[in-house]
Design a protein around this ligand. Structure first.
Ligand code: F6P
Length: 416
């Protein structure tokens, strides 16, 4: 009997509001190409090791489900932050994974994730090649942080940037209306770890009717608290409401994260990343006592990566495109690679899917170039804004039920 051609897909790392659009792209393309079954790993490779997976045809029944999936934030299949050991450190774990893949007659293994997740694709494809396994391993880019190398940008970034730009405008407006709290300093904290792409996106708020934030601090430059305080004092002489955007990852010249100054950042994940949280709260407390005025901290936290009601159409479409492109590439024999997005033109904005060796991407971090920050490193330049703008365009209306967006959620009764 001919061997079945099955595919397995997983999601890993911090979710985005469009990560499931990539899953929908994988599923739709695999069906079109005549794959027999599409399995979903539950909680990525960590779940797979526990034999936790689902046949996606038990979850996605029709076109409406595909449309709902594209609009559902967070990882539909569940995520993980799981670091595979080096091959020479623990071959057993690889043997176990490949035993499961061979038993399920898996032809292609697709992993939707960021730089840490591409480490998994790299190791599995290396092991597969060394031991002559039949599977192909493809990565699909995903991260709100936009810090993956060799791709113009990552799915998830555009929608998070759109939410951040819009919310920053709203926060600025709110603060301006509070005549009873003048002067006032508002500090907005944005995710992104060591990359300032998302924090820079607060500059999108600068529009015809909005001045935008007053200061923007990215983690690519050392943060000088004294210098910042001086700037704030000077600004307060000119205006009564100041809004400052800071990355969760800003750090002092000695390397300490600002959020660590208040005792945060204790938790460290499998990839050695500290949990960064509390930067804005620390600065709000600092300015309140140092300057003696009303302060407020706003942490966008998980809202910035789950606000699918504010998703960018460009982002949802590209997320779908790269999911489908990974299936096509695997089907055509590629392995050990990640799909990238190539920007074809800015006006009109056009992009296409390309492909790169995952060894050049895994564990690398693409940071905001110094020339896209101003001289003082407290704002981003027009080039930065021009780069982001096309990625936030277009809407993807949620499917509303009783006034709220409807999501597609895993039917756990049908999981293995
Ligand atoms: O890597 C994506 C990201 O959203 C980072 O911007 C952030 O630091 C991190 O994930 C937070 O992850 P978690 O939700 O696991 O704490």
């Amino acid at each position: 009997m001919a061997k079945k051609r099955n595919i397995i897909v997983g999601q890993s790392g911090g979710p985005t509001s469009v990560i499931n659009s990539s899953l929908a792209g994988v599923y739709s393309n695999a069906m079109e190409r005549g794959f027999h079954k599409v399995y979903g790993m539950l909680h990525g490779v960590q779940g797979l090791l526990d034999e936790q997976y689902v046949d996606l045809s038990t979850q996605i029944h029709n076109e409406l489900d595909i449309e709902l999936l594209k609009r559902t934030p967070s990882a539909f299949l569940g995520s993980c932050r799981f670091k595979l050991p080096e091959i020479h450190e623990d071959r057993e774990i690889f043997e176990k994974i490949f035993e499961i893949l061979n038993r399920l007659e898996i032809d292609s293994f697709i992993y939707i994730g960021g730089n840490d997740s591409m480490d998994t694709i790299k190791k599995l494809s290396d092991y597969g090649t060394i031991t002559g396994q039949p599977q192909k391993f493809l990565g699909v880019p995903k991260t709100i942080d936009n810090d993956l190398a060799l791709t113009d940008h990552t799915p998830g970034f555009g929608s998070a940037a759109k939410y951040i730009g819009a919310s920053t405008k709203e926060i600025i407006r709110d603060a301006l209306g509070l005549t009873y709290h003048k002067p006032m300093i508002t500090i907005i904290e944005v995710m992104g770890r060591n990359a300032g792409w998302l924090t820079g996106a607060t500059a999108l708020a600068k529009t015809e009717e909005c001045e935008g934030p007053d200061l923007i601090y990215l983690p690519e430059a050392d943060f000088d608290l004294e210098k910042c305080t001086k700037k704030v004092r000077a600004l307060l002489k000119k205006k009564e409401s100041i809004v400052i955007a800071v990355s969760e990852g800003i750090h002092l010249a000695d390397g300490r994260y600002v959020c660590e100054l208040s005792g945060g950042a204790d938790y460290v994940d499998a990839f050695g990343h500290k949990q960064l949280q509390g930067t804005a709260a620390y600065l709000a407390g600092y300015f309140a006592s140092e300057i003696g005025c009303k302060t407020r901290s706003v942490e966008f936290s998980t809202l910035q990566r789950s606000a699918s009601h504010m998703a960018s159409r460009v982002d949802i479409d590209e997320a779908f495109m790269v999911g489908g492109a990974a299936v096509k590439s695997a089907d055509e024999g590629d392995t050990g690679k990640m799909i990238v997005i190539d920007r074809v033109s800015d006006d009109p904005y056009m992009s296409s899917a390309g492909i790169y060796d995952v060894h050049r991407i895994a564990n690398e971090e693409k940071l905001v170039p110094r020339e896209w920050m101003n001289r003082e490193a407290d704002y981003v330049t027009k080039d930065f804004v021009d780069y982001v703008k096309p990625l936030i365009q277009g809407d993807y209306q949620p499917i509303m039920v009783n006034g709220l967006p409807r999501h597609l959620v895993l039917d756990t009764k049908r999981k293995r």
